[in-house]
Design a protein. Structure first.
Length: 236
């Protein structure tokens, strides 16, 4: 797939994720605008959610619940300008075979002693906000972990969803991060919108439309017209 200005979609996606990871807010705004110009809004939100999972899960826990009311540029800016975190990477990579020895004697007052040992371990780990220990127990409980963990509203493979949900729950006390949009970026967005060849230029629209037709043609080739099919034996 190609974007509005003839970048490959996968390259734009990689560039946007890299810009967010490196904290380059202006580059993030540029690639975000490129996807918006290309009418890839739903794909853009998917990329931003992916960036939140890998780079900001534990440092901006409110992003996932705030995103419904955020402008997409502000949502992207918030990810790029905020503190970074790689907890999800770490938990998935470490994934210890044996039980992590990281819990202390601190327990909740309403400890459900009737539950199996592994569920009690998960309950204590969540109470102590020990992400690695809680993820270890939740992965072994599988579907039963959903009874103790509020699952994120995301369509992810089960191990990834469980680990992300556990880390999200363990990071619930993190300070809120809700920055205002940088005015320099706002001015750049206005300049990009005013450039000749963007949005209002008919020639750019026709070129982009033609490129989309070529992409569809590559996926679903058209049948040859009837006049191309003929019996050569009938020719004198």
């Amino acid at each position: 797939m190609f974007t509005r200005h003839f970048y490959r979609f996968d390259e734009v996606r990689a560039a946007l994720l890299y810009s967010i990871m490196k904290g380059r807010a202006l580059e993030t705004a540029f690639w975000t605008q490129e996807l918006l110009d290309s009418n890839y809004t739903s794909q853009l939100w998917t990329i931003l959610t992916e960036a939140w999972l890998w780079f900001s899960l534990a440092t901006d826990v409110h992003w996932i619940t705030d995103r419904e009311g955020l402008d997409v540029h502000l949502a992207a800016y918030r990810l790029a300008s905020g503190p970074k975190d790689n907890s999800l990477w770490a938990v998935l990579c470490i994934n210890p075979v044996e039980m992590p020895d990281t819990l202390c004697a601190l327990q909740p007052k309403t400890m459900p002693f009737t539950k199996p040992c592994l569920e009690k371990y998960l309950h204590i780990a969540l109470y102590q906000k020990k992400g690695l220990a809680a993820s270890w127990a939740a992965l072994r409980l599988g579907d039963d972990a959903a009874k103790q963990v509020t699952m994120l509203p995301l369509a992810l493979p089960q191990p990834l969803l469980i680990c992300a949900s556990v880390l999200w729950a363990c990071s619930s006390g993190s300070p809120e991060f809700r920055p205002s949009m940088n005015q320099e970026i706002v001015s750049h967005l206005a300049k990009w919108a005013a450039l000749k060849g963007r949005r209002s230029d008919d020639s750019m629209k026709s070129l982009w439309s033609a490129s989309m037709d070529l992409q569809r043609e590559a996926v679903c080739p058209r049948k040859p017209p009837p006049w191309r099919s003929f019996d050569r034996s009938t020719i004198c």
